[in-house]
Design a binder for this molecule. Structure first.
Ligand code: GLV
Ligand code: GLV
Length: 320
C-alpha cells in the first residue's frame, strides 16, 4: 500500500480522496511546523509528501525520505520553499496548486488596498479604544480609490485578476510590468506596459504578484521605494523577500510612501523591527488564500497530483 505523509492538518477534501484510493495517509499530529530534523524523521519511507509553504524541502530532506518518494505536492501556488532541481535530479515530481486561489488572493489584495486607503485598521482601533467622542470633519482622511492608477507588478493569474477587479470595479487605470508584454490584456483592460521605474513613478497603488526567484529577491528596495509617489500605497500578497523590508520600514517612517498592506514578510513569521508600530500599514498573517473555497480546492488539487504520481502518471500541476 502506498503511503502519503501530510506535514500539517489541512482541509479534509484531499485527505478523503487519498484515503478513497486506499493509500495510507499519516498527518503530523502536532499543530505546529516541523523542524528540519522532525521533517526528515517523519517522512522516511513515504511514497508521497503533501507539504506546506512553511516546509523547506531540500536535497537533504528528500534523501531522508528515501528512494521510494515519487512526489512532493505543495499546498500552495508558490513553491520557492522547494528545491525543485534537487527533486528533479532524484526523479521526484513537484506540484503546486495554481488556479484555485486566484480569486481569494486577488480579493485579499483588494481588502488590504482598501483597508490601507480607508484606514480601516487605525479607525477600528480608535473606536474600540473609546476615542470616538465626536464626528471629525478632518479625521481619518485618505485617498479615494475610484479612477486612480494601479501598478501591477507581475501579470500572472493573480495579477490579471486584480486588474479585472481594479478596472471593472473601481474604474482604475492599469499599468503593468512583467518579463513579458501581453497585448490582449492591454486591449481588454486599456492597460499600459511600463518598465519598473516607470510603473513605480506613476502609480497611486502598487501591488506585487511575482513569484520569489533569485531575480525577484528585493525587487523593491530603497531605490525603487524612492521612485514611488509620496502618496502611494504598496501592497504585497506574493512573497515577503520580494521587498527589502528594512528599506520599506524606513520609507514608511520617513513618509517616502504613504502606506503599505502586507500579507507576507521577508523573515516570516518574524517582522522587521518597527513595522508593527507604524500606523500606516495593515498586516495580515499570510491569509490571502484563506477562503473555505480556496483551501478546500488546494487540498483536493494537492491530492490529485499525488494520486497521479503514485499511479505512475504525470501529475497535472507539475512544476519544473
Ligand atoms: C500562498 O502563499 C501560496 O503560494 O499558495
Ligand atoms: C499565481 O497563481 C499567478 O500566476 O499569479
Amino acid at each position: 500500500m502506498a503511503k502519503v505523509y501530510v506535514t500539517r492538518s489541512i482541509s479534509e477534501d484531499g485527505i478523503e480522496l487519498l484515503k478513497k484510493k486506499g493509500f495510507q495517509v499519516d498527518i503530523n499530529p502536532e499543530n505546529k511546523v516541523l523542524s528540519k530534523d522532525e521533517l526528515k524523521k517523519s517522512i522516511a519511507g513515504y511514497d508521497g509528501l503533501l507539504c506546506l509553504l512553511t516546509d523547506k524541502i531540500d536535497g537533504e530532506v528528500l534523501d531522508a525520505a528515501g528512494k521510494q518518494l515519487k512526489i512532493v505536492a505543495n499546498y500552495a501556488v508558490g513553491y520557492d520553499n522547494i528545491d525543485v532541481r534537487a527533486a528533479n535530479e532524484r526523479k521526484i515530481f513537484v506540484s503546486n496548486t495554481p488556479g484555485v486561489l486566484t480569486e481569494a488572493v486577488a480579493e485579499h489584495t483588494f481588502a488590504l488596498l482598501m483597508a490601507v486607503a480607508k484606514r480601516i485598521a487605525e479607525a477600528d482601533k480608535f473606536v474600540r479604544n473609546g476615542k470616538y467622542t465626536q464626528w471629525e470633519p478632518k479625521g481619518f482622511l485618505g485617498p479615494q480609490i475610484w479612477g486612480k492608477t494601479i501598478g501591477i507588478v507581475g501579470l500572472g493569474r493573480i495579477g490579471s485578476f486584480v486588474t479585472q477587479i481594479a478596472h471593472g470595479g473601481f474604474n482604475m487605470e492599469v499599468l503593468y510590468y512583467d518579463v513579458k508584454k501581453n497585448e490582449e490584456f492591454e486591449m481588454r483592460f486599456s492597460a499600459k506596459y511600463k518598465n519598473l521605474p516607470g510603473l513605480l513613478g506613476q502609480s497611486d497603488f502598487v501591488t506585487i504578484h511575482v513569484p520569489l526567484l533569485p531575480e525577484t529577491h528585493h525587487l523593491i528596495g530603497a531605490k525603487e521605494l524612492g521612485t514611488m509617489k509620496q502618496t502611494a500605497i504598496l501592497i504585497n500578497t506574493s512573497r515577503g523577500p520580494v521587498i527589502d523590508e528594512v528599506a520599506l520600514v524606513e520609507a514608511l517612517k520617513s513618509k517616502k510612501i504613504a502606506g503599505a498592506g502586507l500579507d507576507v514578510y521577508e523573515h516570516e513569521p518574524d517582522l522587521t523591527p518597527g513595522l508593527s508600530e507604524l500606523p500606516n500599514v495593515v498586516l495580515t498573517p499570510h491569509t490571502a488564500s484563506a477562503t473555505n473555497e480556496a483551501r478546500s480546492a488546494m487540498s483536493r488539487i494537492a491530492a490529485e497530483n499525488i494520486i497521479a504520481a503514485l499511479e505512475g502518471k504525470q501529475p497535472p500541476n507539475l512544476v519544473k
